[in-house]
Design a protein around this ligand. Sequence first.
Ligand code: PGA
Length: 256
Amino acid sequence: MLHSQKRKIIAGNWKMHKTIGEARHYIDLLSKIKADPNYKILLGVPFTALPAAVEAAAGSNIEIGAQNISEHAEGAYTGEVSAHMVKDAGAEFVIIGHSERRQHFHESNDIVHAKIRRALAEKLQPLVCVGETLEQRKEGHTESILAEQIHSALSGLTAKEGSQLMIAYEPIWAIGTGLVAELEKIEAVHRFCRRQVSDLLSDEVGFQFKILYGGSVNASNAASLLESDEIDGVLVGSASLNIDSFSKIVNNPKRT
Ligand code: PGA
């Protein structure tokens, strides 16, 4: 089986956008769109919109998730939201270790790992983001940075636990900048990431493992990314905010 025969993921990351009403309206529209059956659609929504989004997505092929969780189970952590609460609100997955969280909220690889464990304990699927800065890329450190992030994320997990994860490779310099990494370079990085997963867990898990690409994915470049055997899906930020542009990614006439 080629990687391309696996069902591909199209994940939207709304970041700090959309009220409850806006979320409901968007999902009502999106669930009416005839999506390519080869795609599974994920939406990472703000905490406040989780229950409404889950309700609006019921019976559709859209899965709702959160964009973050606390690394703690519960306790005196003012302002934090636990994996258990997110699960209780109906989320099926959670984005963990997005570069904006690593950068603005100082999330280390250790914190990312602790959050992955919390998610797994609640049966929330972790979508773990990894990626290098422009400086790291220029200095030739892309692979060592990714290896460090992936090793830390998966450390001590059994093959069964690790197989629950997905990774999104998001070069930091490509996020929100309009710059997309060249396809061959993305494919090479994905091959590298898959090798890490295989080495750490098992060849079987590595083969099945979903590795998404993110960073300035939009309606014009998504099709060629999704056609690649090495790319199991895309994580879309700004182009997921607008229902028209996201619909074009989801309902892609080029894909057969
Ligand atoms: P972008 O964001 O599509 O706006 O570049 C992607 C992301 O941050 O996940």
